[in-house]
Structure formats: structure tokens, C-alpha cells
Design a protein. Structure first.
Length: 135
């Protein structure tokens, strides 16, 4: 499923929240939905059951932290939660790399590309809230 198809499946009432206007939030939600199939595949192999759990938690944490940060009143607090989201993105990249033996390199490449895009967006958002260097 591509992003446009996925977006049509999201309810209008969910899209009514101002948070929906945040591109990184939408992309993170999309990726966590895509990750559902990957997690199910990983859960079928006893060697990667724990990896599946960690991956899904990390993927879900990205949009959750963006949502929480978006709802904060001070730029410092917003940046704090966006930084948590950034950590979850990088954690997700790490878990996807470890899952490549089951999921394959095509899935890894596709997910890495989306995760890298989220990293770029989050770094921009963090620097707008807290103008200091991040890595």
C-alpha cells in the first residue's frame, strides 16, 4: 500500500485534529501501519519474536511522541518530545536492520528511506523549537 491509498483509509474524524496537518506525524503513522505486516512476519519465527515487539514499540513511539510534543505549550517541551521521537526513529532503523534476514533487503531499503525522511523532518522541527545543534 502506498501513502495515498493509506491516507484514504484514515477516518475523517481522525483527520479533523490539527495534529493531522503535521507531515511527520502522518508519515510516522503510515510507517507504523506498514510495520504491522513486518512485525507479524517477524513474530512467526521464534528467533525474532522479541525483535518484532521492540520494532513495533519503536515505530509506535514515533507518532506518539510527536503527538505529545505537538500538544505542549513551550518550545522547550515540544523539542523534548520531538527528540524522543527522533530517538525512536533511530531505534526503528536499528531494529529493521536486524530484521533484514527475515524481511529482506527490499523491505529494509524502503523502510530506511521513510525513516530517514522522518529524521530530516524531526531535525528541522527540533531546530525550530530549540536552536541548538543536534546529531
Amino acid at each position: 500500500m502506498d501513502y495515498t491509498e493509506w491516507e484514504r483509509t484514515v477516518s475523517t474524524s481522525f483527520k479533523g485534529d490539527a495534529l493531522w496537518s503535521v507531515a511527520v506525524y502522518r508519515l510516522a503513522l503510515f510507517l507504523s501501519d506498514l510495520g504491522w505486516a513486518d512485525v507479524n512476519q517477524l513474530a512467526q519465527d521464534r528467533r525474532t519474536v522479541a525483535l518484532a515487539d521492540q520494532l513495533y514499540r519503536a515505530l509506535g513511539s514515533i507518532s506518539a511522541n510527536v503527538a505529545e510534543g505537538y500538544s505542549r505549550s513551550s518550545p522547550k517541551e515540544r523539542a523534548h518530545f520531538y527528540e524522543y521521537a527522533l530517538g525512536s526513529v533511530r531505534e526503528s532503523r536499528d531494529w529493521y536492520f536486524k530484521a533484514r534476514h527475515i524481511l529482506g533487503n527490499d523491505v529494509l531499503d524502503q523502510c530506511q528511506e521513510a525513516l530517514n525522511q522522518i529524521i530530516r523532518l524531526l531535525i528541522r522541527m527540533i531546530s525550530q523549537q530549540r536552536p541548538r545543534s543536534i546529531r
